[in-house]
Design a protein around this ligand. Structure first.
Ligand code: G3I
Length: 303
């Protein structure tokens, strides 16, 4: 096959990208995105601040622009993200305790009702664990509502849209030896043991010199999968754009049947949240395929 998604589909997987609504008028951008990718994540447009700018008033206009572009072009959509400490609207940032807990539940219900039956997988909870070696939760207004906030979010989400896969999504949980990885692993194991609804773990996979790709990534994927959840690589980018590292990441996913898809976090280097100089993606600023693109395509085609 000669496009990423078609190549991934040979083994039943998808290959996706993040899309920004304000770039949908850029024909270089949309033609690459339409040609190469089969799963779309809104880079910012389905976050809490975007969808509920004022309490109780939902605004789906930009989320729907991304959703409609995807579906009109035959693609599926990952939802990102329902409960997160970051990109909360001002009103939510100021809430604490039971009113914040209720606001989180109302947000999940409101958003999932709008997109009911339309989303392949939701990142229900994003980035809830602390960086570093503590193995603990990140301190946030949501965490301060009680340690059970994550499972409440997942139970609410299951009831709101039983058709969507429900994912926990985080960064720096790629290296099996890291405390943060183990902490998330222990939470997922506990959820599976107690019947808290969770279907997937999203490994964001933002690789850079501080959190480089490590060959134990495959162990991480295998270990989560062995708990009975799917694993999705949800926000892949590699600072410097090493073709070898890209191939390693793809091959590690392909080695585990429950690793069901890969999403890169943007189309061209110039679209990356890291800036064009990070050269972290698969296409250069002119939309040309990079060496990393060829290496990903070859890996997918050799599966
Ligand atoms: O749209 C406004 C614009 O109107 C304003 O003039 C400008 C001035 O700062 O800001 C624009 O919004 C920015 C937005 O991206 C759209 O470009 C925000 O400031 C900026 O904070 C926001 O950054 C996003 C970041 O999440 C915020 O947390 C990145 O695009 C997005 O790629 C990034 O994605 C996250 C995932 O959601 C979670 N995992 C990590 C990943 C990378 O940080």
């Amino acid at each position: 096959e000669n496009t990423l998604h078609a190549a991934a589909q040979q083994s039943g997987r998808y290959f996706g990208t993040a899309i920004a609504a304000q770039k949908l008028g850029d024909s270089t951008y949309t033609s690459i995105a339409n040609r190469e990718f089969g799963m779309i994540t809104a880079e910012n447009e389905m976050k809490i601040d975007a969808l509920q700018p004022n309490q109780g008033q939902f605004n789906f206009s930009n989320g729907d622009r991304v959703y409609n572009w995807a579906v009109q072009n035959g693609k599926r959509v990952r939802g990102h993200t329902l409960a997160w400490h970051s990109q909360q609207p001002e009103w939510m940032r100021n809430l604490r305790g039971s009113s914040l807990r209720q606001a989180m539940i109302n947000h999940i219900n409101g958003v999932m009702a709008h997109y009911k039956g339309k989303i392949y997988a939701w990142d229900v909870v994003n980035e809830a664990f602390a960086d570093g070696n503590s193995g603990g939760r990140r301190d946030s207004n949501l965490q301060q509502t009680g340690n059970d906030w994550i499972e409440v979010a997942f139970r609410t989400a299951r009831a709101a849209d039983p058709a969507a896969k429900l994912c926990y999504n985080d960064y720096n949980i790629d290296n099996w030896n890291w405390a943060k990885t183990q902490a998330v692993y222990n939470m997922v194991r506990d959820f599976k043991q107690r019947g808290v609804p969770i279907d997937c773990v999203g490994l964001q996979s933002h690789f850079n010199s501080n959190s480089p790709y490590n060959s134990n990534y495959r162990t991480t994927i295998q270990s989560f999968a062995a708990l009975g959840v799917d694993v999705q690589i949800t926000e892949l980018d590699i600072q410097g754009g090493s073709a070898t590292t890209y191939a390693n990441v793809v091959n590690d996913c392909l080695a585990v049947s429950r690793c069901t898809g890969i999403t890169v976090w943007g189309v061209r280097d110039s679209d990356s949240w890291l800036g064009a100089s990070a050269t972290a993606l698969l296409f250069d600023g002119n939309g040309n395929k990079k060496a990393a693109y060829n290496s990903v395509l070859n890996a997918l085609n050799s599966a």
